[in-house]
Design a protein around this ligand. Structure first.
Ligand code: AMP
Ligand code: GLY
Length: 425
């Protein structure tokens, strides 16, 4: 019997998930809540917020949804998985308790310490004076992280005492993101990369790795963003998907980072049942964890899922049911994606700028923040607006095609980085 799926979320990540599901021979109907203008071409969009758990549950029940797939962490942290399961519905994503691997930095740090997973040394504090006394005794730069979901803005790499003091004041005295608690970490160096896996209890099925570009401008200048572009490389240089990560390093990350975390979560009575995203760094002392997320990465998903060569519905369903996850094949190709963002992002920006894609455009587009204006034209409606995604046998060819594609997207309020994948090109 053909399946009906509900995807929760409305960004580029969800567009990539919808696209992968649309390639499954088992899937006949896809809903996406709330979706966006690009997703609307592949799925039926439903005007419900990703955190409207009551609304989503009622929708799934009324529309005979066989499986729900959750994109954003906010919905997971809201307990959407617990609620759907209690109602007897199948859903892909972690429980509220398991989402602590992302929503609480301290929980993640304690779990890693217990499981012997390599990560930066740390201490946590709730009292401003104690935190400040601790940073005074340490070296700079130092890393200060707010212990909770802060929409990617809760991390400050402080170059000196003055910056550290300001960050601590913000997080502990002014309680900028809510109740104050911080983790202060040792500063690590080396290239960062993202390794995601489908995890169900103790089963870990790793994906190919990808590299994100978090800073707004070329040369890694400017403020941190949600991610301005990403890529993953063909198997020509090894199995990891990144030429600077050897097969041994990839195996190390799976066996000594992802697997022990899955085991520790199961041992703690909060087993994982979704995507485990490792934000990793290749330091001079080996691969270490910078952070975990409890969901698909954005924009990594937009370059990783085009390489997914199996039936993704079967994988989502197996994780949701706790049954054996089928083996996954990955296409041997390089994929690159360049994000086009509203001028001013990640600060304030305007919306509603018309976007025109040239006729005969041949690359893929993952819509991140777009909508249809009253006249039916495509307009911007978010900070990150869209991502042009290109696949090719080599990274150089994927890059050439991707930037040719970017030049065919006309909009006077967008900017993008010109150096995506430069690290490996
Ligand atoms: P996060 O939100 O935890 O991924 O942190 C945002 C960014 O801050 C990361 O992508 C790193 O570039 C940087 N960062 C976080 N923790 C550290 C650390 N311990 N050492 C160096 N850089 C870090
Ligand atoms: N690309 C970083 C993230 O998804 O958190």
């Amino acid at each position: 019997m053909k399946k009906t799926v509900l995807v929760v979320g409305g960004g580029g990540r969800e567009h990539a998930i919808v696209d992968a599901l649309s390639r499954s021979p088992q899937v006949s109907k896809i809903y996406c809540a709330p979706g966006n203008a690009g997703i609307a071409e592949q799925a039926e969009c439903v005007p419900l917020k990703d955190t409207d758990v009551d609304g989503l549950l009622a929708f799934a029940q009324q529309n005979a949804v066989d499986l729900t797939v959750v994109g954003p962490e906010a919905a997971l942290a809201e307990g959407i998985v617990d609620r759907f399961r209690a109602a007897g519905l199948k859903i892909f994503g972690h429980t509220q308790a398991a989402t602590a691997i992302e929503s609480s930095k301290e929980f993640a740090k304690r779990l890693m310490a217990g499981a012997g997973v390599p990560t930066a040394a740390y201490r946590s504090f709730t009292v401003y004076e104690e935190a400040l006394a601790y940073v005074r005794t340490g070296s700079f730069p130092t890393v200060i992280k707010y212990d909770g979901l802060a929409a990617g803005k809760g991390v400050v790499v402080a170059p000196d005492l003055e910056a550290a003091e300001a960050a601590l004041r913000d997080m502990l005295l002014d309680a900028r993101y809510g109740e104050g608690k911080v983790v202060i970490e040792e500063f690590l160096t080396g290239p960062e990369f993202s390794l995601m896996a489908f995890v169900s209890g103790r089963q870990v099925r790793p994906m190919v790795a990808a590299q994100d570009h978090k800073r707004a401008f070329d040369g890694d200048a400017g403020p941190n963003t949600g991610g301005m572009g990403a890529y993953t490389e063909s198997f020509a240089t090894g199995k990891s998907g990144l030429s600077f990560i050897s097969d041994e390093e990839y195996d190390f990350a799976v066996d000594n980072i992802l697997q022990p975390v899955a085991d520790a979560m199961a041992d703690a009575g909060t087993p994982l049942s979704g995507v485990l995203y490792g934000g990793l760094m290749k330091t001079p002392a080996g691969i270490k964890v910078i952070e975990f997320n409890a969901r698909f990465g954005d924009p990594e998903t937009e370059v990783v899922l085009p390489r997914f060569g199996s039936d993704i519905y079967s994988v989502f369903e197996a994780v949701a049911e706790g049954s054996t996850i089928p083996g996954i094949s990955w296409r041997d190709e390089s994929v690159m994606g360049v994000v086009m963002a509203s001028k001013g992002y990640p600060g304030s920006y305007s919306k509603g700028a018309p976007i025109a894609v040239a006729p005969g455009f041949s690359e893929s587009i993952c819509h991140m923040g777009t909508k249809r204006a009253a006249d039916g034209g495509l307009v911007t409606s978010g900070g990150r607006v869209l991502m042009v995604v290109s696949s090719a046998p080599t990274m150089a060819e994927a890059s050439r095609r991707c930037y040719a594609g970017v030049s065919q997207v006309a909009c006077d309020n967008l900017f993008y980085r010109h150096d995506i994948a430069k690290y490996v090109l």
